[in-house]
Design a protein around this ligand. Sequence first.
Ligand code: G3P
Length: 242
Amino acid sequence: MKTLTGIFLDTGNLQEIRTYHALGVIRGVTTNPTILVKDGVLGGWEGIEERCKQIARMVEPLPVSVEVTTNDSDEMREQARRFHGWAANINVKIPIHGPEGETDNLRLIHELETQEDIRINVTAMMSAQQGLLAAMAGATYVSLFAGRVNNMGYDARQELRRLRQLLDACGSPARIIAASTREALNIIEWFEAGADIVTVVPQFIETMLVHPYSKETVRQFLEDGRTLQREGAPDVTMTGAH
Ligand code: G3P
């Protein structure tokens, strides 16, 4: 069953999160090590903890994804517990497998979700079949890097549609995240293809929102409003009349 949640903001920048959260248009935040480096997180683990806690507090109770920084299973488990302890709304991002295709991650995802009650966002996936396995293992979120799929010359919408059908067919509660947006159009088209959530970089929210013809229309209303105040009927608010 399709259960659209909405947009997760893909950033670690506090000002951007503050701005778009205040507009009421986001339903969560996602980060990864690349984003946190780009957004100027310094100071090693202290810096990471501070920024992630700030984000979590700012958007609470909306979910915030924080990604593990290691490929070692024991370290991943330790980091997952640590992130989980920082705030109740932090969930842990774990790649579907290691850089050489090591399959241990799925076991860990399964254990963390089922034995430790830690919400996992399985990341770096490129296909419906990976998403299906992550959902079967018990992941709360399954992230398909749709923009990267398109980069390789495939149409990510086909994978999203297949994953949607598969998860619905087996009654999986996993939420499908379509990630790595490349253009504003991706957002609507990936929702239409069956994503529950699309991760969006801040500038695309502005692209979605601001339309040149709306600007022109509003300019005209404001101009005519000024004319109306100057030359129109007496201002009723001045007399207290309703
Ligand atoms: O949410 C995942 C995203 O951060 C990856 O995006 O643009 O690096 O493919 P990108």
